[in-house]
Design a protein around this ligand. Structure first.
Ligand SMILES: [Zn+2]
Length: 471
């Protein structure tokens, strides 16, 4: 029983028949074949490629190891960084393609769950600097050609891998139809089709007689013709050929995007996982969101997003931190969808204050705050110096420094605090760090939250009072 050839999607047996020899056949069919490994049930089943002289070779079964595949595919890698692509029939029976760079290929070979049967093929550099592919619709009476060329420079690594690689895959705006110029090449390809059809007929004892087919080719820098794949083949059936060659990109790639210039390239690959919905996203789609927008003040449960960011946080800790301004302003990354969801109640500026019943200034005494501000604010504290007819730091810094050293005069409250031994240094000066350290982790939050401890606050208040009295 001959292996089936008729169908749509991925016609893997085309490689098998191209390889089969009859008599003193040279096994050169007018085209070259990149390393092509056919996967069945997650395992490499067969491996075909063209040797140096163009004859098609099938690797012996015992050499079909992951290590051998890795070695062959990583030999003389294209300067584009693209090593290979894996084509398979995905959900809904639609052909899908994934492109790999070296590391991704290694990951694919060694670790990935290859749920689908598919074809792994080595990437061949095209003629010119843009990736291209030719689709040939062959029938005995007529041959139609369509060449698609990617719009981006294949070797401009600033662009996303997919944006540089796709031709018939991807959206229309990633590639354009080019005329396949030259009678010779068209004639040559037509002959290649004819020879292949005759050859298949011969090796199957006339059991397989191809009446029409759609095959994809590529021309390389040395003007050699490479057979990539057959996507639709008819023998007896009168069903129309699948001419569309629709090939989807995987779900982890957003094909709807396109870069307008290389200075501002977009990423098509969704390489980041959203912390909240766990959907893969493109890097630019991620937004910073403060915890205060995530926390529902009425709920006593830890929001999913915060629990995920702080897996060791207990409910007790959470309820404590929920009132901490640093914690509320801590930021995390979510996708734009989640960002919009979280900020939905905030259509107008200020609306969120209603949602959060916690307002940090309410618990602090505004009078005390203003005193603190006055003391820690250097520009403000220097103003009285001028009024006392002393030089300011800005005007004569050296003189001021010398005076300060010799303790001739006390220039301001700020200097007074550090210069006069009567007063200890103010311990709350880490306020700055307190409000600026965005990346504070929970542990350090706990320690900074100590500032609010009553006994510490009492010390601070006492010092403030002493300063007031001393005026
Ligand atoms: Zn999300």
């Amino acid at each position: 029983m001959a292996k089936p050839l008729e169908g749509d999607g991925l016609i893997e047996n085309i490689y098998y028949y191209a390889w089969q020899r009859e008599g003193d056949d040279t096994s050169f069919r007018g085209f070259y074949l990149p390393h092509t490994v056919i996967y069945k049930h997650q395992q490499p089943r067969s491996w075909f490629y063209s040797s140096g002289d163009g004859t098609i070779v099938k690797k012996p079964k015992d050499q079909l190891t992951t290590l051998n595949i890795e070695q062959a595919f990583l030999q003389s890698v294209s300067k584009s960084g693209i090593v290979a692509y894996f084509t398979y029939i995905g959900k809904g029976g639609i052909r899908e393609i994934e492109f790999f760079e070296a590391e991704e290929l290694k990951h694919f070979l060694h670790y990935r769950n290859k749920s689908q049967d598919g074809i792994l093929q080595k990437f061949i550099d095209p003629k010119g600097i843009k990736n291209s592919q030719i689709q040939m619709v062959w029938s005995p009476s007529i041959c139609l050609f369509e060449m698609r060329e990617n719009t981006k420079d294949l070797y401009d690594l600033r662009y996303d891998l997919y944006e540089r690689a796709v031709t018939f895959e991807g959206e229309e705006y990633h590639s354009r139809v080019m005329p396949l110029r030259g009678f010779e090449i068209r004639n040559y390809m037509r002959n290649v089709g004819e020879v292949l059809v005759e050859h298949v007929k011969l090796v199957t004892d006339n059991q397989m007689s191809i009446s029409r087919m759609v095959i994809h080719f590529k021309i390389d820098a040395k003007d050699r013709l490479w057979l990539l794949m057959a996507t639709s083949v008819r023998c007896q059936s009168s069903k129309p050929l699948d001419l569309v060659s629709l090939t989807k990109l995987p779900d982890t790639v957003n094909p709807k995007k396109v870069s307008s210039n290389p200075q501002n390239p977009v990423s098509l690959q969704k390489s980041v996982l959203c912390n909240n919905c766990e959907n893969p996203c493109e890097v630019e789609r991620m937004c910073d969101i403060a915890y205060k927008f995530v926390i529902d003040s009425n709920s006593q449960e830890i929001p999913k997003l915060i629990a995920r960011n702080h897996p060791k946080m207990t409910l007790f800790d959470y309820l404590k931190h929920k009132k901490n301004v640093v914690f509320l302003n801590k930021k995390t990354l979510v996708c734009d969808d989640c960002y919009l969801k979280f900020t939905e109640p905030i259509h107008y500026a200020g609306a969120w204050t209603e949602r959060l019943d916690y307002s940090p200034s309410r618990h602090l005494n505004p009078t005390k705050l203003s005193i603190r501000r006055e003391i820690t604010n250097l520009t403000k504290s220097l103003t009285p110096i001028k009024s006392r007819h002393l030089s300011t730091v800005k005007e004569k810094p050296k003189r001021l420094k010398r005076r300060n050293k010799s303790k001739e005069k006390v220039n301001s409250e700020a200097i007074l605090l550090s210069g006069n031994k009567k007063f200890p240094k103010i311990p709350f000066l880490n306020l700055k760090r307190f409000s600026e350290d965005r990346s504070t982790n929970v542990d350090s939050l706990v320690s900074s939250a100590n500032y609010f401890q009553p006994e510490k606050r009492k010390i601070v208040d006492d010092i403030l009072k002493a300063i007031e009295d001393n005026r």
